[in-house]
Write a protein that binds this ligand. Structure first.
Ligand code: SF4
Length: 255
């Protein structure tokens, strides 16, 4: 089975999302390749082409603030359909964009003027929270959905496969400092398995420490970069959710 095609523009959708309703996507990343500081085995866009923590070498492939402003305004003017969310996501990690903070400011202004009912959200892998411009931008969003798939550096290396310079313990520390977040976690079996009891216990320990307002868990529902992974069934996901809720008193939703 083939992985998904990359997004071909700055604005995409709206996608009917299980978690966000009608979500209009903003892709702050290149359209010709995936740019990410992770190379997750389960990524539905396939393996990462540009695996880096520093997007400055790709700057000519990234959209400018003006391009994002124009694309979003044009789309909203031309499409009267209802949207629930405007969501930063796309072909990699959105916070790697060097002007992420400005992108949020511009988007917020357009949202306020043109679709004030819509919320601003992000799907992020949680790795850029040590950057001032990123933190400022994230704090302005209505919903921050941040990735944490495991509780140990070892499993982090196996599943998310970060580039040099990204350390699991620092990711956890930075998530703890960011208020009012939703943690999203993907569970897989097969070549890598983050559903074993000791793995789940470590993940729950991290949740107790970070104290997100909610946790959203799911398994792969599309072709993955690595074909050696398999889906975790709903029964097992429900068991993981109940165990985490009982242990740390945080709402855990299964999708
Ligand atoms: S963080 Fe997201 S975009 Fe990056 S490799 Fe993982 S799933 Fe893909």
């Amino acid at each position: 089975m083939r992985t998904l095609q990359l997004q071909t523009g700055i604005i995409y959708g709206p996608i009917r999302s299980r978690r966000l309703g009608f979500s209009l996507g903003i892709n702050l990343l290149p359209t010709g390749y995936k740019l990410c500081n992770f190379n997750c085995l389960y990524c539905h866009y396939g393996f990462t082409k540009r695996h880096t923590n520093d997007a400055s070498s790709c700057i000519s492939d990234l959209p400018s603030v003006e391009q994002v402003r124009k694309s979003l305004t044009d789309w909203l003017e031309g499409n009267p359909q209802h949207i629930d969310y405007i969501t930063f996501s796309g072909n990699g990690e959105p916070c790697l964009h060097l002007e992420f903070g400005k992108m949020v400011e511009v988007t917020q202004k357009i949202r306020d003027e043109m679709v004030p009912h819509a919320k601003l959200a992000i799907l992020s892998n949680s790795t850029c929270l040590n950057r001032e411009r990123v933190l400022d931008g994230l704090k302005k969003l209505d919903v921050r959905i941040m990735k944490l798939d495991c509780g140990t550096e070892k499993t982090f290396q196996k599943i998310n496969r970060p580039c040099t310079g990204v350390q699991f313990e620092k990711v956890v520390e930075n998530l703890k400092k960011l208020e009012d977040i939703i943690i999203q976690s993907v569970f897989v079996e097969g070549r890598v398995n983050n559903t074993k009891e000791e793995e789940i216990d470590k993940w729950i320990e991290r949740l107790s420490y970070i104290k997100p307002r909610e946790v959203q868990i799911y398994s792969i529902d599309r072709p993955s970069a690595d074909e050696g992974l398999s889906l975790v069934g709903k029964d097992k996901l429900n068991q993981i959710a109940r165990k985490a809720e009982e242990a740390c008193g945080i709402l855990v939703k299964v999708f």
